[in-house]
Design a protein around this ligand. Structure first.
Ligand SMILES: Nc1nc2c(ncn2[C@@H]2O[C@H](COP(=O)(O)OP(=O)(O)OP(=O)(O)O)[C@@H](O)[C@H]2O)c(=O)[nH]1
Ligand SMILES: [Mg+2]
Length: 541
């Protein structure tokens, strides 16, 4: 019998550990932060200390104010991986490179001088972000982090242009906020199923020699490389789009309420933290009036310090217009439980605490809840808080609760507040427009810097770097065109003004060049590649 108990205990401990419960043996006694009935062991023993996990994972106690001074990050501790990953993700996206153009000449019987016929390369594939209504988390990004669009096919003879690269469509959940990694500025808010944003346009295909034909040069032996596709690391953050959020302590009956009022089937069980990820349900009253309700994980006293599941998930309520606060009436002190959860909401964000809410006193079918109800009601009504009682399991009073929530919603809701700008699908492409604008910057905009030893010059300019990258040095005429462009856009002049000397190194984009004061046959200043092979400069981005 004893053995079985021990086994059971061990199993429970393991479960708790994986769930992030903060029961821990400390100084030989069991410390339980929260007893589930609104009381805590510290209080019963008259202790005021705060316990936290230090860097070695040991439980230490500290007075409250000193704890705050420490600024410790304990939130993530013990939070299950599934919870940590479902609403934040970091992904890499890259648009496809353009295909290369080719040099070819038409050779045909009875067509003696067929002329250049090298086709252009195909455009690289684009990267799109699309809202998938069936997704409710960002968990798929745990397994797949890199998204690359296909490269365009190379051009071919007979004026044949290359095929366009395959697009990549990254599906995200409704309510996903997109930022560039390391930058707080929001790039996109993807709210409604079906919304699609062009994020990165594919690289342009390189031109084949047919495109270079001109009156001066009727047999051009030149073709371009395809343009490299832009790349980016993105940070995705999910903020669920719901009208009403159900909050409350663990095991209060939040999921049961959602299952009764909507067709959602969240997991319901008689233990704390059954719900680890928020669930959404659609409540419909009649044909036109529906509202989306989110059932959130349980909130504990001390959640802002990382107790229980922490309170990170509360940001999903930021888009809710109203809250339903479910209180377990069968607990020993429902008022205490109510206050503790309210305090956590306030600590998370003052705006959240200011959202209109109603209190749903649950489990009225149990005698202890029934007995406590009058005093609870009296206390909250004294504070001017709207309170309803219900038994979610027996489906009694739930309609009143949800009707009251709907009424609150009607009073407060401002449709799509703050996101009107993104409603127009054209606006969703503003990131792509920005990337495109950056890429098409003029080659005459550049800046010249010089390193400490004075013999290396760096020419920086997006347009110029792109030109260097697209120059295909295998073709004879490329070098000539390169020299001509440098001359025309003023790089040579600027370098000479700054005092460049024979043999100095000039770095443009990924290319390393050597400066010559006068070229062998022309007598004009010139730059030559360091070797016949293109030398990629490793430190430059
Ligand atoms: N007697 C009674 N039990 C209820 C009632 N509502 C919920 N329960 C029970 O309370 C337990 C917890 O219910 P859940 O709906 O999982 O509670 P929760 O608030 O979602 O819990 P977490 O997800 O763990 O935070 C389950 O065993 C339910 O059957 C009720 O009105 N009366
Ligand atoms: Mg639940």
């Amino acid at each position: 019998m004893l053995d079985t108990d021990d086994d059971d205990n061990e199993q429970q401990e393991e479960e708790n550990e994986s769930l992030g419960f903060q029961d821990e043996t400390f100084d030989g006694k069991i410390v339980d932060f929260y007893n589930g009935d609104g009381s805590s062991d510290f209080e019963e023993e008259g202790e005021e200390e705060v316990y936290y996990y230090d860097s070695d994972g040991k439980l230490v106690n500290l007075p409250d104010d000193e704890f705050d001074d420490l600024g410790l990050e304990v939130k993530e501790k013990g939070v299950p991986a599934v919870m940590r990953c479902f609403d934040r993700a970091k992904i890499y996206v890259k648009a496809g490179d353009g295909g290369n153009g080719v040099v070819a000449f038409r050779r045909e019987k009875y067509v003696p001088l067929g002329g250049p016929s090298g086709g252009d390369g195909g455009r690289g594939g684009n990267v799109y972000l699309e809202v998938d209504g069936a997704m409710n988390s960002l968990l798929p990004f745990r397994n797949c982090v890199h998204y690359r669009a296909g490269r365009g096919a190379h051009g071919q003879g007979r004026m044949m242009c290359g095929r366009k690269g395959e697009d990549v469509v990254v599906k995200v959940a409704p309510g996903t906020v997109v930022r560039e990694a390391g930058n707080d500025e929001v790039l996109l808010e993807l709210l409604y199923p079906g919304q699609r944003a062009l994020l990165l346009p594919g690289g342009r295909g390189g031109r084949g020699n047919a495109s270079f034909k001109s009156g001066n040069n009727k047999v051009p032996k030149i073709a371009e490389n395809g343009e490299e596709g832009p790349e980016m690391w993105l940070e995705l953050e999910l903020k669920l789009v719901a009208d009403v959020g159900i909050v409350g302590a663990p095991n209060a009956g939040k999921s049961t309420l959602l299952s009764v009022i909507s067709a959602a089937q969240p997991e319901i069980a008689n233990y704390r933290f059954t719900t680890l990820l928020p669930n959404l349900g659609v409540v419909s009253f009649d044909y036109d009036s529906t509202m989306v309700v989110a059932d959130l994980p349980g909130l504990l006293e001390g959640a802002h310090r990382g107790f229980g599941l922490g309170h990170e998930f509360l940001r999903h309520t930021e888009r809710c217009s109203a809250l339903v606060h479910v209180v377990d009436g069968s607990g020993q002190q429902p008022e205490f439980e109510f206050d503790a959860v309210r305090l956590e909401l306030e600590m998370f964000s003052p705006e959240l605490a200011e959202k209109p809410f109603i209190v749903a006193y649950n489990k009225m079918d149990l005698p202890e809840a029934y007995e406590n109800w009058p005093s609870f009601k009296e206390k909250l009504e004294g504070l001017g808080i709207e309170t309803c009682c219900m038994s979610a399991v027996k489906r009694e009073g739930t309609h009143e609760v949800i009707s009251a929530a709907y009424k609150l919603l009607q009073e407060t809701k401002e449709p799509n507040e703050g996101f009107e700008g993104f409603e127009d699908p054209k606006d969703l492409n503003h990131v792509a427009d920005m990337v495109q604008k950056q890429r098409s910057s003029s080659i005459s905009e550049f800046e010249i810097t010089r390193d400490g030893s004075c013999s290396t010059w760096y020419v920086n300019g997006a347009g110029l770097q792109r030109f260097v990258q697209m120059t295909n040095w295998r073709y004879i005429d490329s070098d000539k065109r390169f020299q001509h462009v440098l001359e025309a856009c003023g790089v040579n002049r600027s370098l000479m003004k700054l005092g460049v000397k024979e043999g100095d190194t000039v770095i443009i984009g990924e290319m390393e060049m050597v400066w010559h004061d006068s070229a062998e046959n022309s007598g004009t200043p010139n730059m030559k590649k360091r070797s016949t092979e293109s030398i990629k400069w490793p430190h430059l981005k």
